[in-house]
Each structure stands twice: as C-alpha cells, then as structure tokens.
Design a protein around this ligand. Structure first.
Ligand code: COA
Length: 289
C-alpha cells in the first residue's frame, strides 16, 4: 500500500474539518492507487463513500481500510461491478442509495491501461480501453444523473495529459482520455443550468502508481524526474488536494475545467514512455511487420 492519508491531512492540512459532512461520494476505481486516496481525503473530511470495482477482495479490503479514517460504516464496497455495463452501474447506484440515501459527488476514475504500440494493438484491445475509460465514465455519470440533479451535485472525471501531444504506446488511452475531456466539457455546459458542475483532473507522473511503474524503466527514473519542472514526482496526495478543492464550495464557480496536476511536466513534453522511444518502438514494430 502506498501514499495513504491519515488524520494529519485534516489536523495539519488546509481544509476545514467536516467540510463534506452529510455528503456522499461514489468513486469508480476507488480501490486503485489514485482514486483510493481521493476517497480517503473525502472521508477524512466527513464524506461517506461508495467505492466501485470489479474485484471483490481488493474492493472490500480498501473499503475496510478507508473506513477507519471516518465514522463507522462510512465506506461501502461495491464489487463485481464493471463500469462498461450500464445495468451494473445502476445497481451500484441503487445500493449506494439504499445505504446512504443520496449521492452528491461522482468520481469517474475506473481505467484500464497497458503498454502497446499500434502494430500490436488489436481492435478489441483498443475498444477495451475506450470502453472502460470513456463509456465507463459516461455510464457512471448517467446512472448517477437523477441524484446529481436532485442534489445539485458535482462530477470529477479522472483524465490524463497523454493526449495533449503524441505519446507512444498509449494511443488507446490518449484517445479515451481526449473523449473524457470532451464529455466533461459538454456536460459542464449542458448541466450547468441545473446547478451541476463537471470538471476533469489530469494527473501527470504520480509515484507509486502502476502506470508509472510500467512506463518508467528503473535506471531512467532519476533522469526522468529531473525533467519535471517542479523536480519531483507527483503524489497521490497532490491529486487528493485538487479533488477536495474541486468538490468544495471554494470552486463553486468552477466548471468545464481540466485541472492538470503534473508539476508542469507536459509543457516540456515529459512523458516517460519516451524512454522506450524510438529504439524499442521500432524493434517492436519490426517484429510484427
Ligand atoms: N498488450 C496488447 N493487448 C492487450 C494487452 C497488452 N498488454 N492486455 C490486454 N490486451 C488486449 C487483449 O489481448 C484483448 O484483445 P484480443 O481479444 O484482440 O486479444 C483485449 O485487450 C481485452 O483484453 P482482456 O484482458 O480480455 O480485457 P479485460 O476487460 O479483462 O481487461 C484491462 C482489460 C485493461 C483491465 C487489462 O488489460 C488489465 O488488467 N490491465 C492492467 C491493469 C490496469 O489496467 N490497471 C489500471 C491502470 S490505469
């Protein structure tokens, strides 16, 4: 387990204790590294949470651990739920309402990724990631829509910076995340008159995540970090802090934005899969052609 939060997030942090008292967040991918810590921050500030995942064991374990940061039973694990299946997401929402009675905030964070160049990417591989990331995000918000309307809720999509420029081995994820940004922007405009806000958070290189481990070869890690303008990797806490801001009243007039949390990395084209570019890419392509 990495980078989890504790009570000092509230006692020594910059957010008002009890900020989200009486509110409920539903988080897809809530047992994963980044979304888990987003959930922890919300729970530490008084929110109740339902975390949605495919895997029973990891979802139940994460819910138990996160719930120790808040009141008894404040985190509901919802497992065997695939965001690609709208009926399953409707079921997740129904179970959240049965337990907590309302939903105020949505974090659409469930995502899939693997390193793959275009020559090796099957149509089904591409579709799988687009379905999990983009269709799954749509399904999540769609299933929560009645509650968002009722409670003038707020949506947060977990995006990326991969699609701001060409990132090798990530065409599927870049395409999906570009779609998420477009979806969020359209929802901000369509749902704004109903009092619903929609924003994206775009994490850059975050230490301890599966994505970072896969993309960065160990011997190139330090060199890669030097190329980030703020000279460090991001932490899951960095993402959690921005999450709290975007759900808090401090951002009451903020909608249709993409909040990039990457230490300035994308401005200088820092993407770690460049470690494999172009030599490994060409070798892989050749093996297929
Ligand atoms: N390289 C190339 N293609 C891959 C691949 C890889 N590393 N991993 C999966 N695929 C392809 C499969 O071959 C299949 O395509 P095919 O039918 O043409 O052979 C397609 O993607 C679907 O794979 P499958 O494993 O059946 O899908 P799934 O829905 O069970 O799981 C993922 C999809 C993305 C969740 C799974 O690949 C995975 O576990 N990834 C790593 C974990 C992860 O994504 N964590 C989140 C990080 S953000």
């Amino acid at each position: 387990m990495v980078n989890t939060l504790d009570a000092s997030f509230v006692t020594e942090g910059c957010w008002k204790p009890g900020l989200f008292e009486g509110k409920v967040v539903i988080v897809t991918g809530g047992a994963g590294t980044i979304c888990r810590v987003q959930t922890e921050a919300m729970v530490l500030l008084g929110c109740q949470a339902a975390i949605v995942g495919r895997n029973e064991e990891s979802t139940v374990a994460a819910a138990e651990e996160i719930s120790r940061l808040g009141s008894d039973g404040c985190v509901l694990p919802l497992y065997n739920i695939d965001v690609r299946d709208f009926k399953q997401m409707e079921e997740a929402v129904a179970r959240t309402l049965a337990r907590f009675g309302r939903i105020d905030f949505v974090i659409a964070g469930a995502a899939g990724n693997f390193i793959c160049d275009f020559a090796h990417m099957s149509p089904n591989a591409f579709k799988t990631v687009v379905d999990i990331d983009l269709l799954g995000s749509f399904n999540t918000v769609k299933a929560c829509f009645p509650q968002l309307v009722k409670n003038k809720g707020s949506i947060l999509f977990v995006s990326a910076t991969l699609h701001y420029y060409g990132v090798p081995f990530q065409s599927h994820v870049g395409a999906a995340k570009a779609g998420i940004d477009a979806l969020s922007n359209a929802l901000a405009v369509e749902l704004g008159p109903l009092g619903i806000r929609s924003n994206c958070i775009a994490p850059g290189p975050i230490g301890g995540t599966e994505g970072f481990r896969r993309l960065v070869q160990k011997d190139l890690r330090d060199k890669a970090i030097e190329s980030v303008p703020l000279q460090r990797l991001g932490t899951t806490r960095d993402i959690a802090e921005s999450t709290v801001f975007l759900f808090s009243p401090a951002s009451a007039f903020v909608t249709g934005t993409i909040s990039v949390v990457d230490g300035g990395a994308w401005h200088v084209g820092t993407h770690f899969s460049h470690n494999m570019y172009p030599k490994q890419l060409v070798e892989r392509m050749r093996s297929k052609l």
